[in-house]
Design a protein. Structure first.
Length: 65
């Protein structure tokens, strides 16, 4: 499981595309509900980019587990 706190569009998209995140954490008191839904939709629509540098990063994280 790879999770991160999502607070904006960049973190919602880039977390999936570059770090292959599969869990989204959102603060309930921090975001307007309409923005939260927009971030959920963006997170779910994003796909891992599978670039070599991103695969290396994931391999480093896996080695620590």
């Amino acid at each position: 499981m790879r999770a991160c706190l999502i607070q904006d569009k960049l973190s919602a998209r880039q977390g999936v595309e570059e770090d292959n995140m599969n869990v989204m954490c959102v603060g309930s008191h921090e975001l307007d509900p309409s923005l939260a839904w927009e971030l959920v939709a963006l997170f779910l629509a994003s796909r891992f980019g599978n670039a070599e540098r991103h695969r290396r990063r994931l391999a480093k994280m896996s080695s620590l587990e």
